[in-house]
Write a protein that binds this ligand. Structure first.
Ligand code: CP
Length: 324
């Protein structure tokens, strides 16, 4: 696969390839081996037109651990401020010999537009979507999948481990590109159940129109309590205030009261339940502050750690690496 824009068209074997490659890199990193020479001579450009902490830094670290040369673009100090277009910016990086472009933008469709332009120019550049608007965040979906599957089998994480597992996704699903990518990856696992819950104003219109109900592996609930019942994993999502018009923004106190993940609500879940959050977290809103830091339940730091191994796997596979 030259570009990774969406998980919509991923097939089971591709998920397993990413999971197993990431596990190999995780093993390498755990041995404190700092670098492998796999992408020596290749150039990875991080073109982040929207702010990021985790995704940008972990792609940079992943590229460096693979011995690639990295270019980091900062929009505020770039020629974008002089009116250069996004496509001309990408072409400038192409002309410098970039092999892989990692793109984040606040508008859905920008990574695809750049990928299409790169193909039109006959280049071999691979484009990786690092989050585009409300559309998708495929590397986050894959690192969430890796975090869950590695917990179930550290040596051989794979999609089939999710058979019979119940996963709740709670919060601002309407604005969440993470939810969209996770819905594709988790429903690719046969026998996994996905339960979505959030305020009606923060659910996609299609779901809101359908009302509560079930389609295949996907169930929709109005109350968080229903979604949490016997859940094995709870994914809580950030309230994306920057993408909300004022009328959609719930009071943060009310949101926490009705949808926040608290110790009391966790009693509804499987006793071994684990909590995920893609970050950044609105502390004390989506999840109570003490729970967020409790290693018995929280996988949030583990998600960040997994991000490096998964992004190494993606760059490696896109950079022409053979599956080991
Ligand atoms: N999860 C995530 O995309 O975080 P950043 O915005 O910090 O990259």
């Amino acid at each position: 696969r030259r570009h990774i824009i969406s998980l919509a068209d991923f097939v089971s074997s591709e998920y397993d390839t990413v999971l197993q490659t990431a596990a190999s890199f995780g093993e390498v990193l755990s041995r404190r081996m700092k670098k492998v020479p796999t992408l020596q001579g290749q150039v990875v450009a991080n073109l982040f037109f929207e702010p990021s902490t985790r995704t940008r830094s972990s792609f940079e670290l992943a590229a460096k651990r693979l011995s690639a040369d990295t270019l980091n673009f900062a929009p505020g100090s770039s020629s974008l401020t002089k009116g250069e277009t996004i496509l001309d910016t990408a072409k400038t990086y192409l002309a410098m010999g970039t092999d892989l472009m990692v793109i984040r933008h606040r508008e859905a469709g920008v990574p695809q537009a750049i990928a299409t332009e790169m193909d039109r120019l006959g280049s071999r550049v691979g484009v990786l979507n690092a989050g585009d608007g409300q559309h998708e965040h495929p590397s986050q979906g894959l690192l969430d999948l890796f975090t869950i599957c590695s917990l179930l089998d550290r040596d051989r994480p794979r999609l089939e481990l999710l058979q019979g597992k119940k996963i709740a996704i709670v919060g601002d699903i309407l604005h969440s590109r993470v939810a969209r990518s996770n819905i594709w990856s988790l429903t690719a696992a046969t026998g996994a159940e996905l339960h979505l819950a959030g305020p009606p104003t923060l659910l996609p219109q299609l779901f809101a129109d359908m009302g509560v109900g079930r389609i295949g592996q996907l169930s929709l609930h109005w109350t968080v309590e229903e979604a949490l019942e016997n859940a094995d994993f709870v994914m809580t999502l950030r309230l994306q205030k920057e993408r909300m018009s004022q009328h959609l923004l719930p009071s943060l106190r009310e949101y926490h009261q009705h949808y926040g993940i608290t110790r009391d609500r966790l009693k509804l879940c499987n006793p071994n339940v684990k909590i995920l959050h893609p970050g950044p977290v609105n502390r004390g809103v989506e999840i109570s502050s003490d729970l967020m830091d409790d290693p018995q339940f929280s996988l949030i730091s583990q998600q960040v750690t997994s991000g490096v191994a998964v992004r190494m796997a993606l760059l490696y596979l896109m950079g022409g690496g053979k599956v080991q």
